[in-house]
Ligand binder design. Sequence first.
Ligand SMILES: Nc1nc2c(ncn2[C@@H]2O[C@H](COP(=O)(O)OP(=O)(O)O)[C@@H](O)[C@H]2O)c(=O)[nH]1
Ligand SMILES: [Mg+2]
Length: 192
Amino acid sequence: MRKFLLVGRTGVGKSSFINATFGSYIAETSEYEACTKLVEHYAYKTHLGDVSLIDTPGLAEDDEACDEAYLSLVRAKVNLAQIYATIYVSRLNETRFRPDEKRTLRLLTDRLGASIWNRSILVLTFAASVPNHQLEIVAEKRSQQIFEFLQNLTKEQDIDKIFQGFEQTWLVDNIVENWTSDGLPILSLLTD
Ligand SMILES: Nc1nc2c(ncn2[C@@H]2O[C@H](COP(=O)(O)OP(=O)(O)O)[C@@H](O)[C@H]2O)c(=O)[nH]1
Ligand SMILES: [Mg+2]
């Protein structure tokens, strides 16, 4: 069973991504307040094998003490050595690379270790909220900013383990139906 760890700021659509992948509402989502306070494993059968999506509490929601507690919880509930890939979720319809997103990336790298990025996927949500003609350029810019930021962070930790980039980048919209015709992106990770 391949296990995927979903991480990212509060409200970016981690739980919604799980629901969109499963095709049903199983992970609680919220517009107003963060509601994922627990680390939850959602197992899922596909014709290519079983996957487990691990939902985590969103970071940068309140204060740093909260974030530290959430990350301790992740460390306690998840065997990081068994994670096949980390799925980092970011919202595409934000105008800039925000300080709290940078703080989130730094905390994740410091507390869970730079190796969580070894095999990682970038999921850009709210894609349907970006005008079509800007989509490519906006996605490219955001990917580049996150990539460079992670390179610098991992270089600080260990120059030999510098971030090499995301294996894949997916543009998704968890809410707007039929936004893409590509089918379930997660399936593409089960074939090798
Ligand atoms: N339009 C749109 N709304 C989304 C998308 N993903 C999540 N949302 C909404 O954003 C809010 C936060 O989503 P949630 O999955 O709870 O975020 P989480 O904190 O990362 O788990 C909810 O109101 C969702 O309905 C998306 O791709 N497009
Ligand atoms: Mg959630």
